[in-house]
Design a protein around this ligand. Structure first.
Ligand code: MN
Length: 723
């Protein structure tokens, strides 16, 4: 029998799980709340007692680590309890109700919220991802602590990623880089964001991470010398003004180097040859004094100074940023801030827990985060589909802001590239919807022009005006995009409803009936058969060209019993539909033949897009006998208004000044040039293609006559794409 050496007294028993956490929290929480946390710890330990992590450790090590991450941020006891319990609903089948009863309502809610987030997996399918993001935003909007627990959970999972299969590892790491690190950033939690990014980068791009790490290491020795030199110079300059503060060199992180190389197309050495320093001082006043001192020592690069103290970033970040030209022309980037700003920069939304801020400060801090979440929820309300939503949120998650002033001096924050339309929507949805022009720094400017920092923008509105579809080409904010799409959709809806009604009335009149004479019962039957909630939906569908009005007319009058679609005659052939020119988005004029009022025309229904009007002799209609059923007899209403585009071909002498005299002739005829181009250059006679807009055939005839009378012009033909 072997004898056990008696070393019991010499072995130091490692602290139990709860003791570790206790050490973290004893300094900032009181005994009563610590007791509650202890209860949560032992409850979780028992619930997970049969489970192990992938690494073989007891499962409780994970929730414990998550709680300790939050304890490091000095989070409140409910967050810590939720962290300890965050996997019990999901993994051990405990119910939310039980947690609410044993602990308290809030803890139950938090654990439930985190469990729901855990169901969410951001995978490749963009749509699923978007829906998931909506769910996440919703959970966050109810209690921001849910996402803080989730971020800590993710951080610990990233730290212990090693044990997982490569495929799963990659998926989690990718999701971390694309979703969770940006959220941490949006909440201003720099420390957590940084760690998520570095861990994620190594897991998703191991080769690139290793290569950059090696390059950083190789450049270190040389860099250290320069960094020390600059640090001493800066410290000297500050001491000369009797400011005694630490000047720290800022380390460059692998993922941020990688991102700069990828996104800004910079070389490794370009990035490494920028030296970063941070100066942390006592108070705001000192920030500006330090700024003066460093500007007095090295020359600042114009346009690179940013005052985020006066105008904090949207996540609450405050600091002064400036770039100086150092020794041998190397740029030196300097951040100057107070200790409080530093804590906020690193801990973000959690800094008010950490800093024991006053109520007002705490409200301001979490107010910013909540404001963002609120705006995300607002986007969701209006976004037509999940893809649209995620596209908008991505823009909000990766911001690069510009600050714009309203005429009254209010500051609006917008993403880089934003235009006056974005600004208008940021001020108020109604202002965006009725915006017609803008003044930038008091001068009339195009609505599509990207705004720059510090500009004052005034929006001119007109009450009956509407958003244009073309605005979508240059707006960048989610709010503007969703509102424009939303309004256009409504507009299209009412226009297609009108067109649908006219189409249906036309078909009914062929059968000696009208919409009035259709009984409610019969209407209800048909609506049910086609799956519509109400008559408006049916009319919309007709107007959008999704179904034929004569089919619906037969159904409404004859019932569906023995109606055979193939035997029904298209009554539209008998009585043409009058075109007014005001049908808007549901009626388009074909670009192949350019029909004009006065031309014989034919309509063609296009599913989901309404009616396309062609000239009767257009090749595209004639070739297409198979779809005759989708054809629609149309005629011009005598009252038709507006300008219509038409294509002309001219032969003309290739002389100096020809274009100018043609342009003069066209404008004298009260027509507008849309496009003009020489098809053949270099020869003495050239072909000119011209797109102009005119009112009708008579107007066009007048214009062509005038063009023919020009001495350089030998031939003018209208292009109609005819058979
Ligand atoms: Mn977990």
């Amino acid at each position: 029998m072997e004898t056990q050496p008696d070393v019991a007294g010499a072995i130091k028993v490692p602290p139990s799980g709860f003791e570790l956490l206790h050490q973290d929290i004893v300094g900032y929480l009181d005994e009563g709340t610590i007791a509650q946390i202890e209860k949560a710890y032992y409850y979780a330990e028992k619930a997970h007692s049969n489970q192990q992590r992938q690494s073989g450790e007891p499962y409780i090590t994970h929730p414990l680590a998550v709680a300790r991450i939050l304890a490091g941020l000095q989070m409140d006891h409910q967050s810590l309890m939720a962290a300890l319990l965050h996997d019990v609903i999901e993994d051990t089948g405990v119910e939310k109700k039980e947690l609410s009863d044993i602990f308290d309502e809030t803890v139950g809610e938090l654990v439930d919220g985190v469990s729901k987030l855990n169901q969410i997996k951001f995978e490749s399918r963009a749509e699923a991802q978007a829906e998931n993001f909506q769910k996440m935003a919703f959970a966050m909007s109810r209690d921001i602590r849910v996402i803080l627990v989730k971020l800590a959970d993710r951080l610990h999972n990233m730290r212990t990623l090693g044990c997982l299969k490569p495929e799963k590892k990659r998926r989690i790491a990718k999701e971390t880089l694309e979703i969770y690190a940006p959220i941490a950033n949006r909440l201003g939690m720099y420390d957590i964001r940084l760690e998520l990014e570095e861990l994620g980068f190594h897991a998703v791009y191991p080769m690139r991470a290793r290569r950059i790490a090696a390059a950083v290491k190789a450049s270190k020795g040389h860099h250290k010398e320069i960094v020390d030199e600059i640090r001493q110079a800066l410290a000297g300059a500050l001491e000369a003004r009797e400011i005694r503060v630490e000047v720290e060199g800022r380390e460059k992180h692998l993922y941020s180097i990688y991102k700069k190389m990828r996104d800004n197309r910079k070389s490794f050495s370009e990035i490494m040859d920028v030296y970063g320093f941070r100066i942390v001082v006592q108070n705001e006043d000192q920030c500006y004094r330090v700024l003066g001192a460093v500007h007095g020592h090295y020359k600042p690069i114009p346009g690179r100074f940013k005052d985020y103290i006066a105008i904090p970033k949207s996540n609450g970040y405050q600091s002064l940023h400036t770039t100086l030209i150092g020794l041998h022309g190397a740029p030196i980037e300097i951040q100057i801030r107070t200790q409080k700003m530093e804590a906020r920069a690193n801990k973000g939304v959690t800094s008010h827990w950490f800093y024991k801020s006053t109520e007002a400060e705490a409200a301001e801090q979490s107010g910013r985060a909540n404001q963002w979440i609120k705006s995300v929820m607002e986007l969701q309300k209006f976004a037509g589909n999940p893809l649209e939503f995620i596209e908008n949120v991505k823009m909000d998650l990766f911001p690069d802001e510009v600050y714009i002033f309203t005429p009254k001096g209010r500051i609006m924050e917008l993403p880089k590239g934003a235009t006056a339309i974005d600004f208008a929507y940021a001020v108020h949805t109604d202002i965006g919807n009725t915006c017609i022009a803008c003044r930038i720094n008091r001068r009339i400017a195009p609505l599509s022009q990207p705004l720059h920092n510090g500009q004052t923008v005034e929006i001119i509105t007109k009450s009956e005006s509407k958003p244009y579809i073309a605005w979508l080409n240059f707006v960048v904010t989610g709010k503007a995009k969703t509102n424009i799409r939303h309004t256009l959709k409504n507009q299209q809806r009412s226009q297609s409803r009108d067109l649908g009604r006219r189409l249906l009335e036309q078909s009914l009149s062929y059968l000696d009936a009208d919409l009035e004479s259709v009984s409610d019962e019969q209407m209800a039957l048909v609506l049910e058969e086609f799956g519509f909630e109400n008559q408006d939906e049916l009319l919309e569908d007709l107007g959008l060209g999704n179904r034929m009005s004569y089919v619906v007319a037969y159904r409404l009058l004859l019932g569906d019993a023995d109606a055979d679609e193939s035997e029904q005659e298209n009554p539209a052939a008998q009585e043409p539909l009058a075109i007014l020119g005001t049908e808007g988005m549901v009626l388009n004029y074909a670009k192949c033949c350019h029909p004009l009022p006065g031309d014989a025309i034919i309509g063609r229904l296009r599913k989901g897009r309404g009616v396309m009007v062609h000239i009767e002799t257009c090749k595209n209609v004639a070739d297409d006998i198979a779809s005759a059923k989708e054809s629609l007899m149309v005629r011009w209403d005598p009252e038709v208004t507006g300008y219509f585009s038409v294509s002309l071909m001219m032969e003309s002498l290739n002389e100096r000044g020809v274009l100018a005299s043609l342009a003069a002739a066209i404008s004298k005829s009260d027509a507008d040039i849309e496009k003009i181009e020489f098809a053949e250059k270099g020869s003495s006679v050239g072909t000119i293609h011209l797109d102009v807009s005119v009112k009708d055939r008579i107007h066009l005839a007048r214009l062509m006559k005038r063009l023919r009378s020009q001495k350089e012009v030998s031939r003018v033909v209208r292009l109609k794409n005819s058979v």
